[in-house]
Design a protein around this ligand. Structure first.
Ligand code: NAP
Length: 518
């Protein structure tokens, strides 16, 4: 079992008791009393806190973290050992002592003596690195294990990039004894969740984001509901969205809701990859070049800024690329097959064209010779222009950077102009493919209000907010409108089919998107 432990960080007994109650009702499987966070650190208070925590019948860890390793109070070493010994006497199931302190002076002797007298308590020997990775994590693991073989080794380090998490997974795969290992920081988030798949002894989740006791800690509610904690096991198949940023992506919510509905043992994660082509390739190579069966990833959605990197990666690896994705110059879906072979697809194109045609009540070929204004010349614009060009629509691309509009227009045989050219347009369909109007700039619109009229259909690919300023003004002018969620849901459904071979539950996807956005 991998425990979902909730740190209790109250500054006095009242707060501690309240947090214990909330943690129990929120689904905690273990409690960690962070006694270093008490404003008055007294053995009597710790004894009472342990008693209350034990009353929940959840296993209890008592920690009095050294400030040098992430603790809060400026408590001296003697005081901290005194607190841990009191916790053992009070019946704590585990005490956590920093390995660096365990080996100093008589600390080891004092703690071991107490543990021998109270066999119900286990020792966690921990090491933390807030700066980055340990220089030799395997060596450190062996050293701590040999120092006290009955202990649970705990190694927590800061990931500078998501790739740093693989070291934690590899160590878990090799472990012979109980082991806690995961990464801190936003790049370490997946390791906090996936430690369950790889057999870690526990992970931590906070009651609320504001009560997180370490960087990157996920809320217990999210861990249980969004990341399907109870369902994760060694066989869980993994998917994710690769991008930067990914923290606010709706994709984990919609995919996990569908997996849940289907009763599927699959999990979808946000995968932050900072940097460019080099970092993207490094991540994919780490993932696929594994001698012992890999990590269980079956595919990825790819978003800004990695769609072109994904195309290049798959091209170089010489695997299958959907021809249209190559034409568009962007891959937004990666499927990982047998032996780690990766194939690339683009579902933005189909998602956008399908959304547009459904709302227009027209087949895509009815767009033949129709005047369409496409605002923007980035990745989404390329997909939509490719789709429109394929059916012979008369497209004009408007973009802030005119040279990009020109390049795109030349490639697909369209016209182009700068953004100010929109004032003179005469289009029946207008598609916004820029981020203008996206949260938090919700008052902005890429098109002057006076350009909108009742004979037009206006499609905004932005989906947060659902009704952008452009769509609001278009509706007021009497135009037909299509919001970005229509495209988002459709491209995600196409991805789901590629990942799983089965149809996504459209109702669940749609409801999840609308619930998240409204
Ligand atoms: P991208 O490749 O970065 O392109 C961004 C485009 O927006 C470029 O044309 C850029 O113009 C323009 N732009 C950005 N800020 C601007 C500003 N302040 N003023 C004028 N133009 C501006 O991004 P993308 O992948 O194409 O995504 C674009 C938008 O599509 C996203 O913001 C997102 O809302 C939406 N989207 C929707 C879905 C969906 O499923 N509904 C999926 C993906 C994306 P320059 O060339 O001059 O920089």
């Amino acid at each position: 079992m991998t425990y979902l432990a909730v740190p209790i960080s109250g500054k006095d007994l009242k707060e501690v008791n309240e947090q214990i109650k909330s943690a129990k009702s929120g689904g905690a499987e273990m409690l960690e009393l962070r006694t270093d966070m008490l404003s008055e650190l007294e053995t009597g208070v710790v004894k009472k806190a342990v008693k209350t925590a034990k009353g929940t019948s959840l296993p209890v860890i008592v920690t009095c973290r050294d400030k040098a390793q992430g603790g809060i109070g400026q408590w001296g070493p003697d005081k901290r050992v005194e607190i841990l010994i009191e916790a053992v006497k009070a019946g704590a199931d585990y005490i956590d002592c920093e390995y660096d302190n365990f080996v100093i002076g008589d600390v080891r002797e004092r703690i071991v003596k107490e543990l021998l007298e109270h066999s119900g308590t286990r020792l966690i020997l921990s090491a933390h690195n807030f700066e980055g990775r340990f220089s030799d994590i395997e060596g450190l693991y062996e050293e701590i294990h040999e120092a006290y073989p009955e202990c649970i080794v705990k190694l927590v380090y800061t990931a500078g990039q998501t790739c740093d998490c693989f070291e934690a997974f590899d160590l878990l795969k090799k472990r012979k004894v109980d082991l806690i290992v995961f990464c801190m920081g936003e790049d370490g988030v997946i390791s906090r969740i996936l430690t369950k798949k790889f057999g870690g002894y526990l992970t931590f989740a906070s009651l609320k984001a504001a009560e997180a006791t370490a960087p990157g800690q996920i809320e217990v509610e999210q861990m249980k509901n969004l990341y399907r904690w109870d369902r994760i096991d060694a066989k869980t198949e993994l998917f994710g969205v690769i991008g930067d940023p990914v923290g606010h992506s709706l994709s984990p919510a919609i995919f996990n809701a569908c997996f849940d509905k289907d009763g599927s043992n699959s999990l979808y994660l946000p995968v932050l990859i900072k940097g460019g082509q080099e970092e993207f390739t490094e991540f994919m190579e780490n993932l696929t070049v594994s001698s012992d069966g890999g990590y269980g990833f079956g595919g990825f959605s790819v978003t800004i800024p990695h769609k072109a990197h994904a195309l290049k990666y798959v091209s170089k690896a010489g695997e299958f690329i959907e021809p249209l994705a190559a034409d568009i110059g962007a891959v937004n879906t990666l499927k990982i097959g047998i032996g780690g072979r990766v194939s690339g697809y683009n579902t933005d194109y189909a998602g956008a064209m399908d959304a547009l045609c459904t709302v227009l009540g027209a087949g895509k070929h009815e767009l033949h010779k129709v005047d369409v204004a496409v605002v923007g010349a980035g990745g989404v614009s390329r997909a939509i222009v490719a789709g429109l060009a394929e059916v012979g629509a008369k497209v004009t691309v408007y973009n802030r950077t005119v040279s990009k509009a020109e390049a795109l227009a030349e490639e697909f045989g369209c016209k182009y102009a700068g953004l100010e050219g929109i004032k003179g347009m005469n289009a029946k369909v207008l598609v916004n493919c820029t981020s203008i109007g996206m949260y938090p700039e919700v008052e902005a619109s890429p098109v002057p209000e006076e350009c909108l009229c009742s004979e037009m259909a206006v499609f905004d690919t932005v989906y947060n907010p659902l009704e952008t300023m452009l769509l609001k003004q278009a509706a007021e002018a009497g135009a037909q409108t299509v919001n970005g969620a229509e495209m988002f849901v459709r491209q995600a459904m196409a991805q789901y089919k590629l990942f799983t071979g089965t149809d996504a539950n459209e109702e669940i996807m749609r409801k999840t998107v609308f619930d998240c956005l409204s």
